[in-house]
Design a binder for this molecule. Structure first.
Ligand code: 5GP
Length: 201
């Protein structure tokens, strides 16, 4: 069996990454989403170990120091990071693992794991992004403003990703993501174990 893909999924807050991923997961049993660690306070409805592993600053720093993070970054004043162990274990079991992370972390992954597949999600327009962020109603207006400013900065990094998905109609974006993942897993470097198995017969 081939090792699973490492899929890095980024895009500005409010671009609909979460919705796309939820549908992608529902339709594809061979995919796992990594649960990140963060120092951010839980939002209403967020569950420990499901949405995030919520950590104190000290706990987070210790995880980084001990080499337990595949990547980590600071975003709007809080730390976020991907625990390494579960990602490696799932990939070895053949699952594709999705990291829903911001751009600094994504570029660290690209440097450390050159076989990672980087996908950037764009809103159809900046006005639509603003409308989605304001309409969500879960954040203070200042936080929305900071997230919008951050989004503008993040868009500049989209060019360093392998693929860009425009999320206008969610179902179409999910289908496009499936096309990308299907093609990626047939690339020669990802078919090595299968190829070896055939040659050994
Ligand atoms: P939020 O606070 O809205 O849940 O997440 C803020 C940003 O942090 C989002 O862009 C999200 O994708 C990113 N993020 C979540 N987990 C991680 C992680 O483990 N590493 C990095 N680098 N970014 C993350």
């Amino acid at each position: 069996m081939n090792k699973g893909l490492l899929i890095v999924f980024s895009g500005p807050s409010g671009c609909g990454k979460g919705t796309i991923l939820k549908q992608f997961l529902a339709r594809n049993e061979d995919v796992r989403v990594s649960v990140s660690a963060t120092t951010r306070a839980p939002r209403e409805g967020e569950q420990e170990g499901v949405s995030y592993f919520f950590k104190t600053k000290e706990e987070f720093e210790e995880l980084v120091r001990s080499g337990g993070m595949l990547e980590h970054a600071t975003y709007v004043g809080n730390s976020y990071g991907t625990p390494r162990a579960s990602v490696e274990a799932w990939r070895e079991e053949g699952y594709h693992v999705v990291l829903e992370i911001e751009v600094q972390g994504a570029l660290q992954v690209k440097r450390n794991c050159p076989d990672a597949l980087l996908v950037f999600v764009l809103p159809p327009s900046f006005e639509e992004l603003e409308r989605r962020l304001t309409g969500r109603g879960t954040e203070e207006p200042q936080v929305v403003a900071r997230r919008l400013a951050m989004a503008k900065e993040e868009l500049e990094s989209a060019g360093q990703y392998d693929y860009i998905l425009v999320n206008d109609v969610v179902e179409e974006a999910v289908a496009d993501l499936e096309t990308i993942v299907n093609a990626e897993q047939m690339k020669t470097p990802h078919m090595q174990d299968f190829l070896k198995g055939l040659c050994e017969v």
